[in-house]
Ligand binder design. Structure first.
Ligand SMILES: Nc1ncnc2c1ncn2[C@@H]1O[C@H](COP(=O)(O)OP(=O)(O)OP(=O)(O)O)[C@@H](O)[C@H]1O
Length: 272
């Protein structure tokens, strides 16, 4: 049984407040299998997998393809309830209300027949401050003046900004990001990472960020969680004790990455 409890000693929150005093995110997956289809055998992904993550931190989740990163996010999000075990969302340990979840996928999933502003407004349905929030979040992500545009007219980077605005507009108590910047060239991804960091400074929340890119994980995260091949275990749980200055310096990021690769070669197998 894998258990990863409490904060890693020495893990600096890197300028982000260490949560709002709310309880941790606890995941206990006793068993998660996908049934076989046709001649394909059933697939056992998680078996006695436990994870307890402090609120208010940025956790990067890495691991080989097929180890269950997306499945883990879907279970945490409540999109996949076909498993044995339980999930305690941040803040609920003290009997608080369930936090609002934000989920950012690799595909921005904007409705093409709705304007950018309408796409944001949809997730704010029924809120009296809806229009004000839409305008504020378009400003926050640098899409001021683009509210009336339809998503197919947006550049790739702009549509990712819109997806970030939509995720943050609901004030998520937990933000799930699944390879949100994968498949983007570096010139597009880099400003998006900076934008995400800037937003999180102003609006801290608990983040689970799935990525294959170790550099990206080091640039963004407070903690790196490396998963094994199925049946999936937590292989490594490492703090990223780098200053903001270090994170902005690609040479430092590369040096940190090389050091991790040297020290943890086996656990980092399958991670780019
Ligand atoms: N709906 C499904 N039906 C059957 N098998 C599935 C289903 N979804 C995922 N799997 C299998 O479960 C395992 C974990 O999948 P998952 O997508 O969570 O992995 P991942 O770590 O996110 O992979 P990648 O890094 O390639 O995105 C894989 O072997 C996958 O084929």
């Amino acid at each position: 049984m894998i258990e990863c409890l409490s904060e890693t000693k020495g893990a600096a929150p890197l300028g982000r407040p260490a949560g709002t005093g709310s309880g941790p995110l606890s995941v206990d997956i006793r068993s998660k299998r996908f049934p076989g289809q046709g001649k394909a055998a059933a697939r056992r992904v998680f078996e006695d997998f436990r994870l307890t993550l402090p609120a208010g931190r940025f956790h990067a989740i890495l691991g080989p393809s097929g180890c269950g990163k997306t499945t883990l996010l879907n279970i945490v999000a409540g999109l996949d309830r076909d498993f044995q075990g339980s999930v305690l969302l941040p803040g609920t340990e003290e009997g608080g209300p369930e936090p609002v979840l934000g989920y950012v996928f690799q595909n921005p999933l904007l409705l093409p027949w709705r304007t950018v502003a309408e796409n944001l407004a949809l997730v704010l349905h029924g809120r009296p401050d809806r229009d004000e929030r839409v305008a504020r979040w378009l400003r926050e992500v640098g899409l001021d003046g683009q509210g009336a545009v339809y998503p197919p007219r947006l550049s790739v980077g702009m549509s990712r900004r819109a997806a970030l605005a939509r995720a943050f507009a609901v004030e998520p108590g937990l933000l799930l990001m699944d390879e949100a910047f994968a498949s983007l060239d570096d010139a597009t991804a880099r400003p998006l990472r900076r934008l995400l960091t800037r937003i999180l400074r102003a609006h801290p929340t608990t983040v689970l960020f799935v990525t294959h890119d170790l550099r990206e994980a080091i640039t963004l995260a407070d903690r790196l969680l490396f998963l094994s091949r199925p049946p999936t275990r937590l292989l490594l749980d490492l703090p990223v004790a780098l200053s903001d200055e270090d994170r902005a310096d690609e040479d430092r990021i590369d040096a940190f990455r090389s050091a991790l690769r040297r020290e943890h070669a086996a656990a980092l197998e399958g991670v780019a």
